[in-house]
Design a protein around this ligand. Structure first.
Ligand code: HEM
Length: 189
């Protein structure tokens, strides 16, 4: 049997589109997140709601991607040592967890402390992003604590995501150029 038949080594079209769309939106939001702190006034009022809207879109697309993943078996990993397969599964699982965790902690920040004025949480200017349950109704001291915890979690998740993305790209480059597996073809249309 030819185990490198293209049908065996490629992700489906839907999975490939979701992979690159989510990757682009996350990289954009990570970069924006890192410079957002230094922004003020109307510039801040433009970029922060955009950050929130893109983050909420990542959440929706990630839920779609997880539905795909649970209903389709991805192509098998290439041959390699067992530790490498274990590391790949662990990294992929953690990236999925962060793809959910980053938007949810961001959503918790604005639910515990909705910014007003031009930085108000609107989804691409179309409608107000609803608050998560409970958080808007806490007494103010607990609410402030919840807000600060969500900001810390969001920040730590952001740096973890940057670290894992670097590892993920290095691993893909290693498979392509050192092990000489057709790694890039798996995730191309
Ligand atoms: C792909 C999803 C997301 C990524 C990668 C991301 C990434 C980041 C990063 C890296 C920061 C800077 C953290 C720091 O330096 O302390 C940040 C800040 C922030 N994010 Fe997100 N974020 C995402 C989704 C969201 C969502 C969905 C919301 C709200 C609906 C949100 C709201 C915020 C807010 C309000 C801040 C400023 C926090 C502060 O007060 O310091 N984020 N984000």
């Amino acid at each position: 049997m030819d185990i490198h038949h293209p049908a065996d080594v490629r992700y489906t079209r839907i999975a490939v589109i979701l992979h690159w769309l989510i990757a682009a939106l996350i990289i954009f939001n990570l970069s924006l997140g890192l410079i957002m702190e230094g922004l003020h006034g109307p510039v801040r009022g433009f970029w922060i709601p955009l950050h929130m809207s893109i983050g909420m879109t990542v959440l929706i697309l990630t839920l779609a991607r997880i539905c795909w993943r649970l209903t389709h078996r991805p192509p098998a990993l290439f041959d390699g040592p067992q530790w490498e397969h274990l590391a790949a599964h662990l990294a992929h699982f953690t990236i999925y967890a962060l793809m959910l965790g980053l938007p949810v902690t961001g959503w918790a920040i604005i639910s515990a402390h909705p910014p007003g004025g031009p930085g108000a949480p609107h989804y691409f200017g179309l409608f107000k992003i609803p608050a998560l349950p409970v958080l808007p109704f806490l007494n103010s001291a607990v609410q402030k604590q919840a807000h600060d915890t969500a900001v810390s979690a969001h920040t730590v998740a952001g740096y973890l995501m940057i670290g894992l993305l670097v590892l993920h790209v290095l691993a893909a480059l290693k498979h392509q150029f050192i092990d000489r597996h057709p790694q890039f073809r798996r995730m191309s249309l």
